[in-house]
Ligand binder design. Structure first.
Ligand code: HEC
Ligand code: HEC
Length: 319
């Protein structure tokens, strides 16, 4: 009997030591790296592509990468990253060869934006968004803009502040967040004559669903409609002071969602932050002034077609 107990004791001890060893290993190691695939891609840099790319970058990247002091994409502290992720800084993505992305190829940029794997193979944690379902033409436009002569992206030799990702971030990047596969077939733009189809594309690729569903951790980025609580809100986001702000329900439920809204009310909220009965919308809900009324209206038309979900989210307004 004693012998058995002793063996069990040794086994339990071994498991604890191995467990602690694994934790220590994750804590001391870095975010994981992956093999990179060499892909063939050169952005087509027409003036139209650059203009389209600027509009996308203004909606999708400036929140984190635009530094208000330099007026350029030289990076800054990401204030709305959940504090449990650590202290996070978005890097310089101007064309500077030393501090920016001047020495990245178009293909390396495309590979990162699709999969989340950086030039050196390291995975970019969840606070850097990925674009696995965006149309090829839109990603081409983003890259064309990053390579353009626009003052927002021309070289600025400002060094990055290194991020300090927490243990949790490192752990999640080993067990939960993995790179997305590189698409194997072309991804076309939606049919812009079809309002609902255009709206679905924008609602998914401008990241509306990502904030407005139940939780970042249960979002399905490859197939957004399969996200938990798809567009029913309640997700925990943070304002610029790091205070929690739950996202509203955008499903067509008449009581708790936007089933009673008109297209015009929706457009005013999305483009200008104006809501009919309450103070203006604030960070992290940015005014999407660059959307045309037709585009914002298309998102509304699409949202009216999705399943209504009853989920009451109280609006948090801080003084
Ligand atoms: C929510 C904040 C956020 C948004 C929005 C965002 N990024 Fe990032 N980005 C980051 C952070 C943080 C990193 C650093 C990731 C890491 O530590 O690996 C990063 C890394 C990068 C890098 C790698 C740079 C390097 O030197 O390693 C590129 C390129 C990049 N982002 C481009 C973009 C583009 C283009 C967009 C818009 C389409 C965008 N990012 C939107 C936060 C963001
Ligand atoms: C970074 C997270 C985030 C993203 C991305 C985002 N939202 Fe929001 N949204 C919020 C938050 C938080 C609020 C509440 C803001 C407040 O209370 O001041 C909000 C509020 C709204 C409201 C007001 C709803 C109401 O009941 O008052 C609408 C409409 C809306 N968002 C639509 C959109 C659309 C459309 C997109 C994409 C183009 C989008 N949001 C992208 C976080 C986000």
């Amino acid at each position: 009997m004693k012998k058995i107990l002793k063996r069990i004791g040794v086994a339990v001890g071994a498991v604890i030591v191995l467990g602690l060893g694994a934790l220590l290993y994750i804590g001391m190691s870095d975010i994981p790296s992956y093999e990179t695939e060499a892909i063939d891609f050169q952005a087509e840099r027409s003036p139209a592509a650059i203009a389209r790319g600027k509009k996308l970058v203004l909606m999708l990247c400036v929140n984190c990468h635009l530094n208000r002091e330099t007026g350029k994409l030289t990076g800054k502290r990401v204030l709305d990253a959940p504090p449990e992720f650590g202290e996070i800084y978005a890097p310089n993505i101007t064309q500077d060869r030393k501090y920016g992305i001047g020495d990245w190829t178009d293909a390396e940029l495309l590979y990162l934006l699709r999969t989340g794997i950086k030039k050196d193979g390291q995975y970019a944690p969840p606070y850097m968004p990925k674009f696995p379902t965006m149309a090829d033409e839109d990603l081409n436009a983003v890259i064309a803009f990053l390579r353009s002569n626009d003052p927002m992206v021309t070289a600025a030799s400002i060094p990055d502040t290194p991020s300090a990702p927490s243990f949790l971030t490192k752990l999640l990047c080993r067990v939960a967040f993995k790179p997305f596969p590189m698409p194997t077939a072309p991804i076309p733009l939606p049919d812009t004559n079809n309002l609902v189809e255009l709206g679905a594309y924008l609602a998914h690729n401008l990241d509306c669903f990502s904030c407005h569903s139940a939780d970042f951790a249960t979002n399905n980025y490859l197939n957004p409609r399969r996200s938990k609580g798809y567009f029913a809100g309640g997700n925990k986001t943070f304002d610029e002071q790091g205070r929690v702000k739950r996202t509203p329900n955008l499903t067509p439920d008449k009581e708790t969602g936007i089933g009673n809204w008109t297209a015009e009310e929706f457009i005013n909220a999305v483009k200008y932050g104006i809501v009919k009965d309450g103070p203006a919308l604030t960070y992290p809900m940015m005014p999407y002034v660059h959307l045309t009324d037709r585009e914002a209206g298309a998102i509304f038309a699409y949202l009216q077609t999705i399943p209504p979900i009853k989920n009451k989210v109280e609006r948090t307004v801080y003084e």
